[in-house]
Ligand binder design. Structure first.
Ligand code: KIV
Length: 290
């Protein structure tokens, strides 16, 4: 496969200008990152969904900065050219602007990402502005903000009423003016996503927000049919790893039970001389009687 150059924000901006859609997947480990890179996916998000799909939490809230920075560094080692986005966990940027800059800086320096993503609305403008002034590229995540699940009362679509939709459209413009380098829209109506994507120069990535965005992101486990729960209804399964992996695990257990794995001829063995020598050394010491 031909090697490609580094994907940067300029690449994504050019794609948008030329009307070429781009793809993003979430990823949480080095080995999978290598496959995603080999497949030519443009961008990777080390999302805080890591907490749900890899750690088994019921929400993204318990994920820590240290968790995600370590994971991000591993993903970067596997995917050196993808546009890598680190997802700022709950309370890593809400407490103070100073803490937000430190958290984002850790992602950039230790995680090796190209950009950080933060779940925001207009109340976070000073934070986005300050991070941008500190030369930290920010992807503003608008619409459904899963870190606010307890305030919202569930993972509900946002912007379904005209007044709410207008607010999200205004927030998008404010984020652009505050220096965000890209927007991510989660669970907003197609029409709202279309208005935003068509009125900004920034690349707009959609997550369950319809086909009018410049790029799309999906949670890897959902598109692979690997998730424990039910993926969003708009997700198209590209594999059925859930069933395939269970079959593989069952086949392995059956082989072990029947002695079909491991095979002696594929195992490590002593050469004949060493086996003779070992047998001699292990033979019971013969007592010589007088
Ligand atoms: O954490 C994540 O995976 C995300 C996507 C759902 C956009 O934020």
């Amino acid at each position: 496969m031909a090697t490609r150059g580094k994907i940067t924000i300029r690449t994504l901006l050019a794609r948008k200008r030329e009307g070429e859609r781009f793809s993003m997947l979430t990823c949480y480990d080095y080995s999978t990152a290598r496959l995603i890179e080999a497949a030519g996916i443009d961008s990777i998000l080390v999302g805080d969904t890591y907490g749900e799909v890899c750690l088994g939490y019921g929400s993204t809230l318990p994920v820590t900065l240290d968790h995600l920075v370590t994971v991000t560094a591993g993903v970067r080692r596997g995917a050196p050219t993808a546009y890598l986005v680190g997802d700022m966990p709950f309370l890593s940027y809400q407490v103070s602007i100073e803490e937000a800059i430190r958290s984002a800086g850790k992602f950039m320096v230790e995680g090796g990402c190209d950009c950080v993503k933060a779940e925001v609305d207009r109340r976070h403008l000073p934070t986005v502005e300050a991070m941008s002034a500190a030369s930290i590229p920010v992807m503003a995540h608008l619409g459904l903000r899963p870190q606010a699940v307890n305030q919202i009362g569930g993972y509900l679509a946002q912007g379904k009423k005209a007044s709410e939709a207008k607010r999200i459209i205004e927030d998008a413009k404010m984020m652009e003016d505050a220096g965000a380098v890209a927007l991510l829209l989660e669970a907003v109506p197609t029409e709202v996503a279309g208005v935003i994507a068509e009125s900004t120069a920034l690349p707009v990535i959609g997550c369950v927000s319809g086909p009018r965005c410049d790029g799309q992101v999906v949670v890897l486990h959902d598109m692979l049919g690997y998730s424990a729960g039910h993926p969003p209804r708009s997700i198209k399964p590209y594999a059925n790893l859930h069933d395939q992996l269970i079959e593989a695990f069952q086949a392995y257990a059956a082989d072990v039970a029947q002695g079909a794995f491991p095979l002696a001829e594929k195992s490590i063995s002593l050469d004949a001389d060493q086996w003779r020598e070992l047998s001699r050394q292990l033979a019971p010491h013969k007592r010589t009687t007088e």
